[in-house]
Structures are given as structure tokens and as C-alpha cells.
Design a protein around this ligand. Structure first.
Ligand code: PMV
Length: 304
């Protein structure tokens, strides 16, 4: 028997970095998915083929956690396929972890709900990366647009329509652990200042949640741009991302910001239908590449 499961990638909407320190963020799942095919093999070691993910350890650890939990000693073959490359920062590691748990639970007929998938996937990621809020795991597991607090203390789905976002890729692969460590170092040296920035980000995230539920895109956009300014203060933006954000705002996006750890990967802009094209052009003009993704996508699921 073969089983295929898939999980979506993610985009951080607002609240990155602060979420590592116990504050909330808002994350959305996107319609680019990571597919995991799993089957039982008769003999030999586990076989894995995972060209979409930067480290095969995510799959190896997931298999190990699963086998230990359910006392399984059979071997498996895992193969991945993806709608997106690991380079753009849409969260291939978290999606592959979540999809592998789902595929294995189906393959071995084990009951494994989303709360368990989230909890164990977060453990796998922490074991490998040492740090991380788990927002990407929540998006891969539950899908949708979610109000999320560190470690999954709160995972609240926001019942809203997909957002009119433009996503621009900077062409630079972000080094997330580097920037998380950089912020941690600043936090040790300038605790008071950093705490103040996190509190300001927290306020913006709470405001954004309200604006999202009220469908107030004008205000939401302003909060996004304010969030970008605070990320600049944290020292995680780079000139390329700043140019993309500024030109999107100049082309009359409601607002724009970098998305994720900073240092590269993507920026997002909230736009009206009328301004979408102008904003996309403005981002391209300063070296960004427009990525066509929809947000508010479905969480982990079995495909066959
Ligand atoms: O670089 P990304 O898209 O994986 O986002 C990182 C977001 C951080 O808040 C900086 C880290 C985290 O685990 O929440």
C-alpha cells in the first residue's frame, strides 16, 4: 500500500521574531504544497528521497519519533515532491515534517489528530534547529490564517477570506537561524530597547487581528508597514527588502513588509484589485520576483 499526504507552505503575515519571545503572530498557509509518499518495505533500512527539503534529517527524525511512539519495527520508503523550492522560504522543512507524520499515521492505521501532529512536529523541529516558535508547523498542520502564540499556546483560526496579497521574492535565501540568533544576541545586550520593540510589535499584531476580522484593509496595511519599520529597528531587514517594501507602498499598496526572519526570502504587500498590477511592477522594478501564491490554504491532508 502507498499513501500520499500533503501539507501547505506558509507565509508569516505579522509578528515575526516577537513570537519567539512569547508574543503572538499571524501566519497564513499558502497553496504551494509539499507531498510525501510513504510505503512499507519488506526488508532493509528505511529509504528516503527528499530533494525538496534542505535537510533529510526532518524526515529521518519524524520516522524515528513515529516508530518510537507506536512501537513499529517495519521499514518504510518516503519520497517527497513539491510545488515549491526550498529557496523561497515558504517552509518546506515544517511542511515535510507534518506531511510525513500524516502519511505514516495513515499507512500504519494509527489515530493521530492534528494537535498530536503539531506537538510532535514541533518537537522534531526543535530537536534539529534548537529554536523556533512553531508558527510554520501550525500553518502546515491546520492551514488557514491563524493567530498563533509561541509553541502553540494559542492556535486560533481566523474565519476570514483569503487576503489580497502580492508576494515578492528578494532572490536571496534567508538564513533564519542566523537572524534568530542575531536578535537573541541584541536581546541580551539591549534588553530594555528590544523589549519595547517587541511590545510595539505585539500591539500591531493585536490591531491587525482586529482589522482582519473587520475586513479593514486600509488600516491593516498601515499596521503591516509599521511592522516593517520595527523589523528594520530590530536589524533584520536588508536594502533589497526595504526597496521592495518602499516601492510597493509608493505604488499605493495598503501596506507592505518583509515576511519571515529577514535577510532575504519574501516580502508581502496588501493591495486593492485596482493597484495590484502597479504594485507588482514596482516590486519587479527594484529586483523582486513576483511569486504567485494564494493564502488561507487547507492544512495537512491525505491525497489518495
Ligand atoms: O524565516 P521564516 O519564514 O522561517 O520565519 C522565521 C520567523 C521567526 O519568528 C523569526 C522565527 C520563528 O520560529 O518564529
Amino acid at each position: 500500500m502507498k499513501v500520499v499526504a500533503s501539507a501547505p507552505g506558509k507565509l508569516m503575515f505579522m509578528g515575526e521574531h516577537a513570537v519567539v519571545y512569547g508574543y503572538p503572530c499571524i501566519v497564513t498557509a499558502v497553496d504551494k504544497r509539499l507531498y510525501v509518499k510513504a510505503e512499507i518495505i519488506d526488508q532493509g533500512e528505511d529509504q528516503i528521497h527528499t530533494p525538496q527539503v534542505k535537510e533529510s534529517r526532518f524526515v529521518l527524525e519524524t520516522i524515528a519519533f513515529f516508530k518510537k511512539k507506536f512501537n513499529i519495527n517495519k521499514s518504510v520508503r518516503i519520497m517527497t515532491q513539491g510545488d515549491f523550492s526550498q529557496n523561497v522560504g515558504l517552509g518546506s522543512s515544517s511542511a515535510v515534517t507534518v506531511a510525513t507524520f500524516k502519511a505514516l499515521s495513515e499507512l500504519f492505521h494509527k489515530r493521530f489528530n492534528n494537535a498530536e501532529i503539531f506537538r510532535l512536529s514541533h518537537k522534531v523541529n526543535l530537536k534539529i534547529q534548537g529554536i523556533g516558535s512553531g508558527f510554520d508547523i501550525a500553518a502546515a498542520t491546520y492551514g488557514g490564517i491563524t493567530f498563533f502564540v509561541t509553541g502553540g499556546k494559542t492556535i486560533q483560526p481566523l474565519e476570514i477570506n483569503p487576503l489580497p496579497l502580492v508576494v515578492g521574492y528578494s532572490g536571496i535565501k534567508a538564513d533564519t537561524p542566523f537572524f534568530v540568533r542575531k536578535v537573541a544576541e541584541n536581546f541580551r545586550n539591549k534588553k530594555k530597547e528590544m523589549k519595547m520593540i517587541f511590545k510595539q510589535i505585539n500591539k500591531l499584531v493585536l490591531g491587525a487581528k482586529k482589522s482582519l476580522l473587520q475586513n479593514n484593509h486600509q488600516l491593516l496595511g498601515e499596521l503591516m508597514t509599521d511592522n516593517h519599520r520595527l523589523l528594520q529597528k530590530l536589524g533584520v531587514s536588508i536594502p533589497r527588502l526595504d526597496r521592495m517594501v518602499d516601492s510597493a507602498v509608493k505604488a499605493e499598496a495598503f501596506g507592505a513588509k518583509l515576511s519571515g526572519a529577514g535577510g532575504g526570502d519574501c516580502m508581502i504587500a496588501l493591495v486593492s484589485k485596482e493597484k495590484r498590477q502597479a504594485v507588482e511592477k514596482a516590486i519587479e522594478k527594484v529586483g523582486g520576483e513576483i511569486i504567485n501564491v494564494n493564502n488561507n490554504a487547507e492544512g495537512v491532508r491525505i491525497e489518495n
